[in-house]
Unconditional design. Structure first.
Length: 312
């Protein structure tokens, strides 16, 4: 007959089993106490964050400094941590590293019982999966990411914000390739990708390369005027880059044309795409280097009219 264990033995057995289980996980696990002390981390956490043994032995602050030194945006990392330690909220986001790695970061709170919270942090290396979503030439999100993320953008209510969907196309790009060569054409796309990326990073927008010289942009704005100004600025910045294009008269430099749809609430992706695509075609007809605004009502229903918003 097996004698029942006492409560202390049971607790010790459970704790040992929990540690062994966490140590076997491929994800990095970090448990922080309510006073910000490190209570536990598994071997995967140590490996993923490339923490040397002497740093581990040096203590919490040295470990934090080592972590922050690896990140693209350590300030945002710290801001989220500070915000969460005063709240019971869960969170999930992505961290980008100086060396190009990408981690998924998840966090849940543990009520310490005295108004404070401990937290469990879980880190997963998603670099390979993330790379499959990136266009290798421009560094923008690719068509695969576009197909995955656009439905969520269109269906989200985004209350109080103006939602925008834009299609941008490099003007007379075939003529550019014929005149300057495909290698030079790739350099143009790379430069335009940089301009789009810089603009969108500052405005929490997303840009996708969805075709050879065609891009899609999704973004949120406080009002229609701000949305139009944002997209006009992109058009202007491309022209101001002064990339020689003798085949793009009368401009003489590389330019882009854009169709832009603005709407509130949930939208129908197919309807909005078709409407904005027609607006892009109209921008080409109007002389290029132009934003053409397609009128889209609430719920993503298109209007029969378009409003031309020339730029440059």
């Amino acid at each position: 007959m097996v004698e029942p264990t006492n409560d202390l033995q049971s607790l010790q057995t459970s704790y040992s089993l929990m540690r062994k289980t966490l140590d076997l996980l491929p994800d990095g696990v970090l448990i922080i106490g309510r006073n910000r002390e490190v209570l536990y981390f598994n071997e995967a956490f140590e490996r993923l964050w490339r923490i040397p043994r002497d740093v581990v032995e040096a203590g919490d602050r040295t470990m934090l400094a080592h972590v922050l030194d690896q990140l693209d945006d350590p300030q945002s990392f710290l801001e989220l941590v500070e915000r969460l330690y005063h709240r019971p909220d869960s969170s999930e986001d992505e961290l980008t590293f100086n060396d190009g790695r990408v981690f998924n970061r998840r966090s849940v709170s543990l009520d310490a019982g005295d108004g404070g919270y401990s937290r469990i942090w879980i880190f997963s290396d998603v670099t390979e999966a993330w790379s499959a979503r990136i266009d290798p030439l421009t560094g923008l999100l690719n068509r695969r990411a576009y197909a995955s993320e656009l439905p969520e953008f269109m269906s989200s209510p985004a209350e109080g914000a103006v939602k925008s969907f834009a299609l941008a196309d490099v003007d007379r790009f075939k003529a550019y390739n014929d005149r300057y060569g495909h290698a030079a054409g790739d350099q143009v796309l790379e430069r335009i990708g940089e301009i789009l990326s810089e603009a969108c990073d500052r405005n929490s927008a997303e840009t996708y390369r969805i075709g050879g010289e065609e891009f899609a942009i999704t973004s949120l704005h406080r009002d229609q005027a701000a949305a139009i100004a944002f997209h006009r600025a992109i058009i202007d910045r491309v022209k101001e880059a002064a990339i020689e294009h003798g085949g793009n008269r009368p401009h003489g430099v590389a330019t882009v044309s854009m169709g832009l749809g603005l709407f509130a609430g949930c939208g129908n992706a197919k309807t909005i795409f078709a409407t904005v695509d027609r607006a892009l075609y109209r921008a080409k007809k109007l002389g290029r280097n132009t934003v053409t605004l397609a009128e889209i009502g609430r719920g993503g229903h298109s209007s029969s009219n378009t409003t031309d918003e020339p730029s440059g």
